[in-house]
Design a protein around this ligand. Structure first.
Ligand code: PLP
Length: 384
C-alpha cells in the first residue's frame, strides 16, 4: 500500500522518547527534558520584531526562490567576516527550509541509485534515512574511542561508488569538531574518488573554546558543500531556515528542486534572519549560558559511577559512555525516564558505535539540569 521508499524510513527516535515523556506528563509527572536538540531560549526579540515589521509591510508572499537578496548578501558577508572566504550571493548561496531540506536537495542533486555516501558512526540519525530515500547507500565509518576521525578507515571504506562524504562539524551527538587539518585530509581522501564533501555546520557558532569551528569552505576543495542555518545559534528552530553554500553549478540544480518542491522559504522569516545575522550580544549571552551548563553537567556526569565523559567542546550535547552500566542504551534510557523522570536519548539512535552511550542535551536551565543529575544519580543506585 505504501511506497518502499517510505517504508524503509525509520522513525526519529528522539521524537518517540519525547512522545513517551509527554505521556508521563499527561499523568501529572514532572519530566525533565534532556533529550531535545533545540535551544530553550526564546528567539531574540529583535528578530521577532523584524518578523512583525515584515508582515506589516506586506512581506508575506513568495520570494526569489534562492531566498531574498538581502539575506543572501548578509550570509555572504557573514561568511566573509567569520571565515575570510568570499562567496557569490547570487550564484553560490541558496536559502531554504532548514538544513534538513537543504541537505535533501543537495543529496537529490548528487545521488544516483546505488551510490554510496560515507557517514560517521555515530552521527545525526536522519542522515542514513535521507541517503536511503534517494536509493543510495549509507556507509558507516566508525569514529575512534575519543570520537576523533579515523582517516584510514575513511580510505578503506571509499569505493568506486562513493559519491559523497557527509560530515557534521561540530557534531551531534558527540560535541566534537574537526580541525582544519582534518578537513583538508578528508578532502584529499574524497578527491581520490572525485567525491563531494558535504559539511553540515549547523553548530558552527556554538563552539566554546573558539569563536567558531573550522569550515569546509576554507579547505579549498572544489567539490565541497557547506550547510548552515538559523535553528541553533539564534534559537530559531521553528522558523525553518537554513542555507547551502556550494559551487554555482550545484546551486543551479538545487534551485530547480526548490522552485518545484518548495517555491521559496518563508518571506518574513527571511527578513528576520537578516537581523539575526547582525546580533552579537544576544548570541554571546546564549553561548555563555550554554557554556556554564556544559561545564556544570560535565562535572556532575563525571561523578556518576559508570559514566565515562569525553568533554564536548561544541553544540549542546554530552555523549557519555555508559557501557559499564548497560550495553543496551535504549533499556537504560527507558529506565531513566521511568524511574528518574528524566528524558535522555539512547546512543544506539546515532548508529551501532553509539550503543553503550547516552546523549544528554544541556539545552535546559541550570536548575533543571541540576535536578536531573540528582535524579539520575539516585535512580542508578538501584539499577540492574
Ligand atoms: N543537522 C544536525 C546535525 C542537527 O542536529 C539538526 C537538528 O537537530 C539538523 C541538521 C536540523 O536542522 P534544521 O532545523 O536547520 O533543519
Amino acid at each position: 500500500m505504501f511506497s518502499r521508499r517510505v517504508l524503509q524510513i525509520e522513525p526519529f527516535q528522539v521524537m518517540e522518547i519525547l512522545a513517551k515523556a509527554q505521556r508521563l506528563e499527561r499523568q501529572s509527572e514532572r519530566v525533565i527534558h534532556l533529550e531535545i536538540g533545540e535551544p530553550d531560549f526564546p528567539t531574540p526579540k529583535k528578530v521577532v520584531d523584524e518578523a512583525y515589521r515584515a508582515m506589516q509591510r506586506g512581506d508575506t508572499h513568495y520570494t526569489d526562490a534562492r531566498g531574498i537578496r538581502e539575506l543572501r548578501e548578509a550570509i555572504s558577508e557573514h561568511i566573509s567576516e567569520t571565515l575570510g572566504v568570499e562567496v557569490d550571493p547570487s550564484q553560490e548561496v541558496l536559502v531554504t527550509g532548514g538544513v534538513s531540506l537543504a541537505l535533501q536537495f543537495v543529496l537529490a542533486s548528487l545521488l544516483e541509485p546505488g551510490d554510496e555516501v560515507l557517514i560517521t558512526d555515530p552521527s545525526y540519525p536522519c542522515y542514513p534515512n535521507f541517503i536511503r530515500f534517494f536509493d543510495a547507500k549509507p556507509v558507516s565509518v566508525n569514529l575512534r574511542e575519543d570520537y576523533s576521525l579515523d582517516l584510514e578507515e575513511f580510505k578503506e571504506k571509499l569505493s568506486r561508488r562513493t559519491k559523497a562524504i557527509l560530515i557534521n562539524t561540530p557534531a551531534n551527538p558527540t560535541g566534537t569538531y574537526l580541525t582544519m587539518e582534518e578537513l583538508r585530509a578528508l578532502c584529499e581522501v574524497a578527491s581520490e574518488a572525485e567525491a563531494w564533501v558535504i559539511s553540515d555546520e549547523i553548530y558552527s557558532g556554538l563552539v566554546y573554546d573558539a569563536e567558531r569551528s573550522p569550515s569546509i569552505l576554507k579547505a579549498g576543495y572544489e567539490r565541497s558543500v557547506m550547510l548552515d542555518g538559523f535553528s541553533k545559534l539564534y534559537a530559531m528552530t521553528g522558523w525553518r531556515l537554513g542555507y547551502v553554500v556550494a559551487p554555482k553549478q550545484l546551486i543551479a540544480q538545487v534551485l530547480k528542486l526548490q522552485q518545484n518542491f518548495y517555491i521559496s522559504p518563508s518571506s518574513f522569516a527571511q527578513h528576520a534572519a537578516v537581523v539575526a545575522l547582525s546580533l552579537r550580544d544576544e548570541v554571546k549571552a546564549m553561548k555563555a549560558e550554554f557554556d556554564r551548563r556544559r561545564q556544570y553537567i560535565i562535572k556532575r556526569l563525571k561523578d556518576i559511577p559508570g559514566f565515562e565523559v569525553h568533554e564536548p567542546k561544541a553544540a549542546y550535547y554530552v555523549f557519555p559512555d555508559v557501557s559499564e552500566i548497560s550495553t543496551d542504551s535504549s533499556a537504560l534510557a527507558e529506565y531513566i525516564l521511568d524511574t528518574a523522570k528524566v528524558a535522555v536519548t539512547p546512543g544506539a539512535a546515532f548508529g551501532r558505535r553509539g550503543e553503550g552511550h547516552l546523549r544528554i542535551s544541556y539545552a535546559n536551565s541550570l536548575e533543571n539540569i541540576a535536578e536531573a543529575m540528582d535524579r539520575i544519580e539516585k535512580a542508578l543506585e538501584n539499577y540492574g
